[in-house]
Write a protein that binds this ligand. Structure first.
Ligand code: UGA
Length: 430
């Protein structure tokens, strides 16, 4: 059988992961991005993002991968075309500008017989609209499918290779066959549905995860008042398989480029059809409150603007250099505007952090240096390596010993043994 000729339009973490992983299955993959600089970097083997395992997988499969600037040639030379461009929130509204730019290129250069697969997360009804536009020009021989991604940043390669499920939205069931063949090496339930159902499955998944997080954060806020440890409550509750233990980590709320955006979009599109999504609005409200609560806790312990703070963690979660909608960044900004001097460290996100925080804070490349002569350590991201740092060394160099653990990653009693006062989220202060 001929190898599939695949085009990936958009080289963000989704596009790169999908492209490189499909190349590892033996397919020929062309990767295109309108950002020429990014494509040049990739051509030289430099990855513009940090995503574990991705560059290694690229190295072993690069003979199957071509980075191509010329979109018309890229479209001509491929058979299955994935749209993986990013969408973004602009003033609280979803902007599909990049997405429709990609569709416009297809309108110009497509040929009958090709398969267009939408992986970008798009509002319910979008794929119908794309199919109409493309089939108007090229006729019914163009197949359009929507195949949402469920890749977590920091775990994207494994999530692609070992997914919980594959969702394929098509107009006619037989149109799913080429994609089912493409994914035949992946052992996972494969569900073929219509366009709108596939689009809705993606939103529902992300918004359900967001709901779980806001739910446990609300419980954490109650635990704070009752003097109970929310991590123990979550452990006990999560043992019930109907509930499950995942996504029950209380903290400073969900961030990143997906959960907040998808929640906002689902709220907006619900309102557009005349429905007031009260639960979804509460999920958002609770999430926004977590950052403020944490800052308030720091201020109530230290006094407004009193002291120098050492911050570990800027990315929106451990395992990534991404700082988009990062609650850690929000907290740093709020502390800064409340008069605190802030030193910051992150294992991978310093460069991205500099772009948004500028010179309002001091950046460090070592966790111990970051906390020298500071009055409190704030752990804002759940990087596993923070648990490896020797707390006795941390205690030695600090001025005062306060530890605010925004992600509940430390054992409060162990922290206490090093002479710290410990403040978690939804845990007794020790
Ligand atoms: C999310 C989904 O998990 C993926 O399935 C989906 O494909 C992706 O969005 C997307 O739409 O592209 P991601 O944004 O990479 O993935 O990150 P998550 O692991 O979902 O974490 C989101 C946020 O929730 C982070 O800020 C994280 O720290 C926070 N979180 C997560 C908690 O506060 N508590 C938890 O228990 C879990």
């Amino acid at each position: 059988m001929d190898k599939n000729r695949i085009l990936i339009i958009g080289s963000g973490y989704v596009g790169l992961t999908v492209g490189i992983a499909l190349a590892s299955f033996g397919n020929h993959v062309i990767i295109h991005d309108k950002d020429e600089y990014k494509l040049d970097l990739l051509q030289k083997g430099n990855f513009p993002i940090y995503e574990p395992l991705l560059s290694e997988m690229f190295e072993s499969n690069k003979s199957n991968i071509v980075f191509m600037h010329d979109i018309s040639r890229a479209i001509k030379e491929s058979h299955i075309l994935f749209i993986t461009v990013g969408t973004e929130l602009v003033d609280g509204n979803l902007s599909l500008t990049n997405f429709y730019e990609a569709i416009a290129s297809l309108e110009k250069h497509l040929e009958p017989g090709k398969i267009v697969v939408i992986k970008s997360t798009v509002p319910v009804g979008t794929t119908d609209n794309v199919r109409e536009r493309l089939q108007k020009i090229y006729g019914k021989e163009i197949i359009v499918a929507v195949n949402p991604e469920f890749l977590r940043e920091g775990n994207a390669v494994n999530d692609f290779l070992y997914p919980e499920r594959i969702i394929i939205g098509v107009e006619h069931e037989e149109e799913s066959i080429p994609l089912l063949q493409l994914y035949s090496k992946i052992d996972a339930p494969k569900l073929v549905v219509d366009f709108k159902t596939a689009e809705m499955i993606k939103y529902t998944s992300n918004v359900f995860l967001a709901t779980k997080i806001s739910f446990i954060n609300e419980i954490a806020n109650l635990c704070d008042l009752f003097g109970i440890d929310v991590t123990k409550v979550a452990e006990g509750v999560g043992l019930d398989r109907r509930i499950g233990k995942d996504f029950l980590k209380a903290g400073i709320g969900f961030g990143g480029s997906c959960l907040p955006k998808d929640l906002m979009t689902l709220i907006k599109i619900s309102e557009n059809v005349g429905y007031n999504p009260t639960l979804l609005k509460s999920v958002k409200e609770i999430n926004e409150g977590q950052v403020r609560r944490f800052v308030y806790k720091v201020i109530s312990v230290l006094g407004q603007g009193r002291g120098i703070l050492g911050v570990w963690g800027l990315s929106f979660k451990g395992g990534t250099d991404d700082v988009r909608f990062s609650p850690s960044i929000e907290i740093v900004k709020m502390l800064n505007s409340n008069g605190f001097r802030v030193n910051v460290y992150d294992p991978k996100a310093i460069e991205n952090g500099k772009k948004v925080l500028g010179n309002s804070v001091d950046f460090y490349y070592d966790p111990i240096e970051t906390v020298k002569n500071t009055d409190a350590l704030l752990v804002l991201t759940d990087w596993p390596e923070f648990l490896e740092v020797d707390l006795s060394k941390v205690a030695e160099v600090m001025n005062k010993r306060y530890l605010f653990d925004a992600r509940n990653i430390f054992d409060p009693m162990q922290v206490r043994q090093h002479g710290f006062s410990y403040f978690g989220v939804g845990r007794k202060n020790v």
